[in-house]
Design a protein around this ligand. Structure first.
Ligand SMILES: [Zn+2]
Length: 438
């Protein structure tokens, strides 16, 4: 029988295995002899190289966990179910919504915000959502529990000095240095109370600014705070130093510690009552239609003097069928106020005339579409209606005497950095959310 001539299969295979295993062993020893000195020469601290000696048996390879990060942007109408529905049951999503509520309600997810979904072998591990430029929501899950937290977005920041001379506008001057117009807007905001960036700007005006640039995972991520700035307008210099006075919110002060932010008058007149508040929707008693009322109506008797709530320039004195006699004042490059239904104008009030805070510009009446004597008062910031009662924050106080010495020493350092042509300070620091400028 042929069978008997075949050696047992076990014997054959073990024999065949033994020869290559010796060869592999020898090869490993050879490789080790060749490479270990290389590793040692390459890096003295590389202990892993020594550990790789063949005497130590290699542990069985750990099955590789497939990590995946999906980056996306929240789309219009996206809910948690839309975003994470494939990983969780409806009950789990419900539970997630409940747990998120006190930290960041998931109903506030907004379109256009970035998120990152981290998966581990296709299983949910972590969800990161950018709430705004400063904070992110982190949802992670271990075993059965969600862990939810709101943390500052980790940025590294670098402080740079940017300077320029105006040819035509601040925007042009800033963008010609290679910076974004966002920096121009932020700069104009800081000096908005002293300089009208539309009317006051002249060729040859100049600026210098110390601004933080943010980086996220090595990529540029916009501007952080403006730490200090100087603007020279028609020969007059204005300085701004960012400072946090005790537990107040950080604000801008001049070199003497006076606040740059000035308040509007609380109201443009002595009024008896507010007859209609600021709303985006109201029933108009005369036109009998629903329309927004982005204004405050002050009921007052005919002839009550109306005052400009701030320094400014009259950009419109006129009459329309709806507004009656009205005046529009530009206070700075951001703010305008409008006064409607006047009985008449004050003397010397004309287009292009400068007015001071508290100056009488006209008198209460009921011209135009008005049911009775009142002042309809409107305020716009950058062209959009804003609620004047919200804007009229009290003037920021000067730096407190307790912190004045600290302020002065910080201001001196910042102004030196600001004005030193050579200085381009580069510092790296984690930004904190509570002191970022918006
Ligand atoms: Zn009104």
């Amino acid at each position: 029988m042929d069978f008997d001539f075949h050696p047992p299969k076990k014997a054959v295979s073990s024999h065949r295995r033994s020869t290559p295993s010796i060869r592999i062993w020898l090869l490993l020893v050879l490789v080790t002899l060749l490479f270990v000195p290389l590793f040692l020469r390459h890096s003295v601290t590389s202990t892993e190289a020594n550990m790789a000696a063949p005497e130590v048996p290699q542990p069985p390879p750990i099955p590789e966990i497939r990590k995946e990060i999906i980056k996306g942007t929240v789309a219009q109408g996206d809910t948690m179910t839309a975003l994470l529905g494939e990983f969780f049951t409806a009950a789990e999503i419900h539970e997630l919504n409940r747990q998120c509520k006190p930290i960041f309600p998931l109903t506030r997810l907004s379109a256009g915000q970035a998120y990152r979904l981290c998966l581990s072998d296709d299983v949910f591990e972590r969800f990161e959502y950018d709430i705004d430029r400063n904070e992110q929501l982190i949802i992670s899950r271990d075993a059965e529990n969600f862990s939810i937290e709101k943390i500052p977005i980790p940025y590294t920041t670098k402080t740079v000095r940017v300077s320029g001379i105006i040819e035509s506008s601040l925007f042009e001057a800033v963008t010609s240095t290679g910076e974004s117009d966002v920096l121009a807007m932020n700069l104009a905001d800081i000096f908005a109370w002293d300089i009208d960036f539309i009317l006051d700007i002249r060729k040859g005006d100049s600026f210098q600014v110390l601004v933080e640039k943010r980086y996220r995972e090595g990529q540029p991520a916009g501007y952080g705070r403006i730490l200090a700035a100087e603007f020279t307008n028609q020969g007059a210099s204005f300085q701004a130093i960012l400072y946090q006075d005790g537990d107040h919110r950080p604000d801008y002060y001049d070199a003497d510690g006076q606040s740059l932010r000035k308040a509007f008058l609380k109201a443009p007149l002595a009024f008896s009552r507010i007859s209609s508040g600021f709303t985006t929707r109201r029933f108009h008693p005369i036109t009998k239609t629903w329309k927004s009322h982005p204004a405050i109506d002050y009921a007052a008797s005919t002839g009550t003097p109306i005052k400009s709530v701030g320094d400014g320039v009259i950009i419109k004195k006129g009459y329309t069928r709806a507004n009656g006699n009205y005046i529009k004042i530009r206070h700075n490059s951001s703010y305008e106020t409008i006064y409607l239904h006047m009985n008449g104008f004050a003397k010397k009030i004309a287009n292009g005339k400068r007015v001071a805070q508290g100056q009488t510009i006209g008198y209460v009446g009921s011209t135009g579409l008005a049911t009775g004597p009142h002042l309809c008062f409107r305020m716009k910031k950058n062209g959009a209606p804003v609620n004047p009662t919200r804007v009229k924050a009290p003037a920021v106080k000067p730096v407190s005497s307790a912190n004045m010495a600290d302020f002065k020493s910080k201001a001196t350092t910042l102004i030196a950095q600001l004005t030193d042509q050579k200085t381009i300070k580069t510092a790296s620091a984690k930004s904190a959310i509570n002191n970022s400028s918006k």
